[in-house]
Design a protein around this ligand. Structure first.
Ligand SMILES: Cc1cc2nc3c(=O)[nH]c(=O)nc-3n(C[C@H](O)[C@H](O)[C@H](O)COP(=O)(O)OP(=O)(O)OC[C@H]3O[C@@H](n4cnc5c(N)ncnc54)[C@H](O)[C@@H]3O)c2cc1C
Length: 425
């Protein structure tokens, strides 16, 4: 059992008591392995469809990426939609985009009347243009609004400066259909909803292996067994060998978050807007001011999952954008591991017989896990084949540990290109 990392989300967590470990044998229709967003969304969808389901979580619900992320809920995937359009055609990309936007609606519906998920924070994300590089934002906005039905609008440099005092930014794109979310409390909300419909959740319970017995599966755990007709694997990039094909199709990639101390009036020296912010670099920052006047500041991508001096490094990163906040201190910093496929798209599908998988949500999991859970539940219960829209995104071999080295080199080249764009334009 690993020790829980301290995060903003843990500090403000509202959850039921820790569920018991699984002892003995339990029977169910469906066994879900992994209590992150992918697993919990699948659990609640199946429970709403009156299927008996059991979820096993190795640590605590949300201990992976899902309970420690940036909290940005927006449409799209880790791969930009224009790239998907080039690869698969416009109609295909539109269908994928529509699903990603449905993911937002699913989360919003589940958060209704749930103050602890904090989704009622002012909607909107501002995507800043960074540095001197000229970006034709109005053309990008027209394209997205006409082809993908978004409601994006243009913020001039002076409008950006009204709300955010940073020399790094020029103009920006404002997306009103994007939200901020307390993702750990969202998980707990879904867990409670699923349990009230009869689902069972076991924490501190590791699935060790899955074996076939006639028409069912036995999932062996550290203290017991689950006998199920169907198994859904949602373990992301965790170090486990439940299924080597899945394990070999995903790279663990780190990203990092800082929580500042409360800034009180000093916050307005930098930020005078409730919206969350990202920027258009290849390796961007993502951050948002919290009601407590703290800033939740995210950034970086690396195969180093636990860098040293993280708090100081992240604070330095923040002060590059807002040097006027010099003197503030960081309260906490943490890292999280995202699961990335070689193509950076979610991997959703069926292995053989009745073993399903959902993984590879990368840095864009809040909306995509919600729609993925919905699609897998529809596939299992109603034989709906919409999930096959994700079939072009296969379980390609990532060749660990060489693949990790390759990823690190790619991130280095992105950082270099970002610097060149910033200073040369
Ligand atoms: C720092 C950070 C910031 C991010 N910011 C955003 C953001 O702002 N917006 C956004 O959309 N996305 C964001 N993401 C990405 C998003 O959080 C992920 O895509 C998403 O949480 C992935 O969910 P998951 O369920 O696939 O994986 P995880 O959350 O990692 O869940 C996998 C779970 O499986 C469990 N498990 C593993 N093996 C076993 C086993 N053998 N038995 C039982 N349980 C097991 C693990 O303990 C874990 O809880 C961010 C990610 C990070 C790390």
């Amino acid at each position: 059992m690993k020790i829980d990392t301290d995060t903003y989300y843990k500090q403000t967590e509202q959850r039921a008591n820790l569920r018991s470990k699984l002892y003995g044998t339990i029977e169910t229709d469906i066994c879900i392995i992994g209590g992150g967003l992918a697993g919990i969304n699948t659990l609640v969808e199946l429970s709403e469809k009156n299927f008996s389901a059991v979820l096993l979580e190795e640590q605590r619900l949300g201990s992976g990426a899902s309970g420690r992320n940036g909290g940005f809920l927006s449409a799209g995937y880790s791969v930009p939609i224009n790239r998907l359009e080039r690869r698969l055609g416009r109609k295909y990309a539109q269908d994928l985009y529509r699903l990603s936007a449905e993911g937002i609606e699913i989360v919003r519906r589940r958060c209704e009347n749930s103050p602890q998920t904090e989704i009622d924070t002012e909607p909107g994300i501002v995507r800043m243009s960074w540095g001197k590089k000229k970006n034709n934002l109005t053309a990008q906005i027209d394209y997205m609004n006409s082809i993908y039905g978004t409601q994006l609008s243009y913020w001039s440099k002076s409008k950006v400066a009204e709300h955010y005092s940073s020399q790094k930014y020029s103009d920006a794109i404002f997306n009103p259909d994007a939200y901020q979310l307390h993702s750990l409390n969202y998980i707990h909300k879904c867990a409670g909803d699923a349990e009230s419909l009869g689902a069972k959740i076991f924490e501190e319970t590791t699935a060790i292996n899955i074996t076939r017995r006639k028409n069912s599966y036995i999932v062996c755990t550290n203290h017991g067994h689950v006998r199920a007709n169907t198994v859904v694997i949602c373990t992301s990039a965790c170090q486990n060998y439940l299924n080597t094909k899945l394990y070999n199709a995903i790279l663990p990639i780190g990203t990092y978050v800082l929580l500042t101390e409360p800034l009180f009036d000093r916050l307005t020296e930098a930020i005078r807007s409730p919206y969350a912010v990202s920027d258009n670099r290849r390796i961007e920052n993502y951050y948002r001011p919290l009601r407590s006047t703290q800033i939740l500041w995210g950034g970086g991508m690396s195969t180093r999952l636990k860098p040293n001096n993280l708090k100081q490094k992240m604070l330095k990163d923040l002060l590059k954008v807002y040097p006027q906040l010099s003197g503030i201190s960081g309260q906490l910093a943490w890292s999280g591991t995202m699961g990335y496929a070689r193509h950076s798209m979610p991997q959703i599908g069926r292995l053989k017989d009745n073993i399903w998988y959902l993984q590879g949500f990368g840095g864009h999991g809040l909306n995509t896990t919600a729609i993925a859970g919905n699609l897998i539940a529809r596939a299992i219960v109603d034989d709906d084949d919409t999930y096959e829209l994700f079939s072009p995104f296969r379980l390609n071999f990532v060749a660990k540990p060489l693949g990790l080295l390759g990823a690190e080199l790619i991130y280095l080249s992105w950082k270099t290109k970002d610097l060149l764009d910033e200073y040369i334009g």
